[in-house]
Structures are given as structure tokens and as C-alpha cells.
Design a protein around this ligand. Structure first.
Ligand code: NAD
Length: 260
């Protein structure tokens, strides 16, 4: 058990990648808090984990809401006695060419990915410093933390920005034993990606099968999607890593799409 008795908050953990991370962390012995917009949806994931013998709770947390983020972290610390891992994972995607991008959509996406990451990081670092036992702050970046694609201006901007935030957390956190890294997945079949396939087909004037083969998986070594389990295992590895030797870095999990 690589995370025995570690306490983790995972945002956006009622679905997709975040949910898989929560389940994998619990299997590795962590006590996990499912932080998502809907308390009910978070409780479904938490119940799955407790039914399998793990320890989990849920909080309603909109990561763009300062008070909700602070309260969710405080509730977790009160319930489980501290905080060791924060996974800033909540996210959305909005597809449009820059010339058609609505400013309100730009701001909505940036608020979740950038403001949300800041608020969760700040709350986590405060709790970790108070707990005096170090910790790990993980960000869910993307291959789009390193590369750009058309139609994804705010997403690419925000995901690049997370690399910078992780590096600052690594520098400020080191003295407290707090490490920070970014996971950069390729395309993973989650609701976030399933929604994009028909949208991209319409925007590019191609079929959905062509979007998958010629857009999403074109540059992988084997034409395969990355899985939620691939990403969850990477999150376990980075969270459990014991020293500051691995901090301020990004790890790409993408079937070879964008080799660094
Ligand atoms: P998903 O849609 O399955 O899950 C996202 C979760 O985030 C949902 O449960 C949603 O309710 C939650 N969420 C949205 N806005 C929120 C907010 N303001 N506060 C709290 N929770 C909020 O998507 P996913 O594919 O699992 O994406 C998770 C993360 O992984 C995102 O940051 C995404 O950008 C990143 N990512 C996904 C892929 C992919 O191919 N699926 C690839 C690279 C990176």
C-alpha cells in the first residue's frame, strides 16, 4: 500500500480521471475526499470506495469558489486529521475557434482550470504547512500543457499555465517538504472527450471516426487511447514518491504522443 493512511483531496472526482484516481488512491490505503460540484455525485463515488473497503468522504466544492474550497479542505482535515495530497483535477473543455470564442466562455474555462488550481493549491499548502508532515500537490495538465491544437485556446493557455504554477509550488514548498508535479495525459475516453468528438467532427467537417484516428490519436505510437487507470497509476507514483528529487516536473502519459 503505497499511500497507507495518507489523506488526499481530489477535485472533479465524481467522474472520469478524478474518480479513477480516488479509487486507486483508496486501494493504495489513502483516505480520500471526493470534491466535486455535486455532493450527491461525489457521494456515489465515496460509497463505491467504502463498499470496497476503502475510506472516503465527499464534499460539495466548486473550485472557483474561494469559500467552498477552503471549507472543503478544512472539512477533510477535520475528518481525517491532516492533508497529504491535493490533486487539482477538475476541468472542462470548450471548443471554438478564437475568432468565435465568447469572452464569457474563455473566463469560465480559465476560472476552473487556473483560478481553481490556485485556490486549491493555496488551501492545500496552508493545511500541509500547518500539519508539518509535507505533502504533494498534483495538477492535471495535458499534452496540451506542452503542445497546442486548434479550437482550444483557453484550455491550452490554462494547461501551459499549470506547469508554471507547479514550479512555483515546488520552490516555495520545498522547505516544508511539499512537492508538486503535473500529469500530462493524452486523450482519455471520459465524458469530457466523448462530448468533443462530435463537436470536432462538425468544426473540421470530418467524421467522428476521423476525429479519433486523424486528430486525437494521430501522433500516438499505437493508435490507442490513454486510460483512466494509466493516469491514476501515475498519480499514485507521483504522490507516493518520497523526496524532493521529483518536484516541479511534468510527466506525459500519452502512448508516445509528444515525447519529451
Ligand atoms: P470529466 O468531465 O469526466 O470530469 C470532470 C469532473 O470535474 C466532473 O466530475 C465535473 O463535475 C468536475 N468539475 C467541473 N467543473 C468543476 C468545478 N468548477 N468545481 C469542481 N468540479 C468541477 O473529465 P475528465 O476527462 O476526467 O477530466 C479531468 C481532468 O483531466 C481535467 O482537468 C481535464 O482537462 C484533464 N484531462 C483530460 C483528458 C482527457 O482526454 N479526458 C486529457 C488530458 C487532461
Amino acid at each position: 500500500m503505497q499511500l497507507k493512511d495518507k489523506v488526499a483531496v481530489i477535485t472533479g472526482a465524481a467522474s472520469g480521471i478524478g474518480k479513477a484516481i480516488a479509487i486507486e488512491f483508496a486501494r493504495e490505503g489513502a483516505k480520500v475526499c471526493i470534491a466535486d460540484l455535486s455532493l450527491e455525485a461525489g457521494q456515489v463515488t465515496a460509497k463505491e470506495i467504502t463498499a470496497a473497503g476503502g475510506t472516503a468522504m465527499a464534499v460539495a466544492m466548486n473550485v472557483t469558489d474561494e469559500a467552498q474550497v477552503d471549507a472543503g479542505v478544512a472539512q477533510t482535515v477535520a475528518a481525517y486529521g491532516g492533508l497529504d495530497v491535493m490533486v487539482c483535477n477538475a476541468g472542462i473543455q470548450i471548443i471554438s475557434a478564437i475568432v468565435d470564442f465568447k469572452f464569457e466562455d474563455w473566463k469560465r474555462l480559465m476560472a476552473i482550470h487556473a483560478d481553481g488550481a490556485f485556490l486549491c493549491t493555496r488551501a492545500a499548502m496552508r493545511a500541509m504547512i500547518a500539519g508539518k508532515r509535507g505533502g504533494s500537490v498534483l495538477f492535471m495538465g495535458s499534452v496540451h500543457s506542452h503542445l497546442a491544437s486548434p479550437l482550444k485556446a483557453p484550455y491550452v493557455t490554462a494547461k501551459h499555465g499549470l506547469l508554471g504554477l507547479a514550479k512555483v509550488v515546488a520552490k516555495e514548498g520545498a522547505v516544508h517538504g511539499i512537492r508538486s508535479n503535473v500529469i500530462c495525459p493524452g486523450f482519455v475516453r471520459t465524458p469530457l472527450v466523448d462530448k468533443q468528438i462530435p463537436e470536432q467532427a462538425r468544426s473540421f467537417g470530418i467524421t467522428e471516426a476521423e476525429v479519433i484516428k486523424n486528430v486525437m490519436l494521430k501522433d500516438t505510437v499505437d493508435g490507442e487511447f490513454t486510460t483512466v487507470q494509466d493516469v491514476a497509476q501515475t498519480a499514485v507514483f507521483l504522490s507516493a514518491f518520497p523526496t524532493n528529487a521529483l518536484t516541479g516536473q511534468s510527466v506525459t502519459v500519452s502512448h508516445g504522443w509528444h515525447m519529451q
